[in-house]
Design a protein around this ligand. Structure first.
Ligand code: AMP
Length: 213
């Protein structure tokens, strides 16, 4: 199955994509994770991306499209995938269509997760990520002790772009550049909307139902 998980920052795409990837046995491809790994590795790409990410802006299309194109060519994506955080602009969506057309494949579903802005802001400022295993936590919902990951003991950190000022900029960017992508997929009759509020497992159930529709 080939899925695009869509939605504003903090809606829970990363958390849900990890679960669905495990349940459906398809690879989870997150553009943000790939960019953060490039930053951590100190690559040229990482250095370039960081300047945009720290400001809450989008990394230029040609950079991100190239990365995703390469990632989709890897063997583990042949059985299907769940794309998280890509496409985020209309040119990215159009570029993805071209890649798929060339490979003779199609997207099965685009699922858009919906949550109010106030809830998103609260979630994002409370978000912590494990530096070692990438698990995502919420300080007010999860039992966290000593800033250590309950799964692997790794150090938990706050993403640089999860500071309030940057979050507000990311919302703006989402509204202006990313939201139109929803209409693009609605026009292709691929879009399903899912309420992203509630317990993690309840949201996963809603997403699974939407994928079976
Ligand atoms: P995320 O982890 O999906 O919230 O992405 C974190 C940041 O990485 C975004 O705020 C952007 O700066 C950058 N980024 C991730 N995916 C994309 C994309 N598809 N296009 C442009 N920038 C992206």
């Amino acid at each position: 199955m080939r899925i695009i998980l869509f939605g504003p920052p903090g809606v829970g795409k990363g958390t849900q994509a990890k679960i669905l990837s495990n349940d459906l046995k398809i690879v989870h491809i997150a553009s943000g994770d790939i960019l953060r790994a490039a930053i951590a590795n100190g690559t040229e790409l990482g250095k370039k991306a960081k300047t945009f990410m720290d400001r809450g802006e989008l990394v230029p299309d040609e950079v991100v499209i190239g990365i995703i194109q390469d990632r989709l060519k890897e063997k583990d994506a042949a059985n299907g995938f769940i794309l998280d955080g890509f496409p985020r602009t209309l040119p990215q969506a159009e570029a993805l269509d071209k890649v798929f057309a060339k490979a003779g494949i199609k997207v099965d579903r685009v699922v858009s997760m919906e949550v109010d802005k106030e809830v998103l802001l609260k979630r994002l400022t409370a978000r912590r990520v494990c530096r070692k295993c990438g698990a995502i936590y919420n300080l007010s919902a999860d039992k966290i002790e000593n800033s250590k990951c309950p799964k692997c003991g790794g150090e938990l950190y706050q993403r640089d772009d999860d500071k309030e000022e940057t979050i507000l900029r990311r919302f703006e960017v989402y509204q202006n550049q990313t939201r139109p992508v929803k209409g693009y997929y609605a026009g292709k009759k691929l879009l399903v909307e899912v309420d992203g509020i509630g317990e993690i497992r309840d949201v996963t159930d809603r997403l699974s139902r939407a994928l079976r529709q």
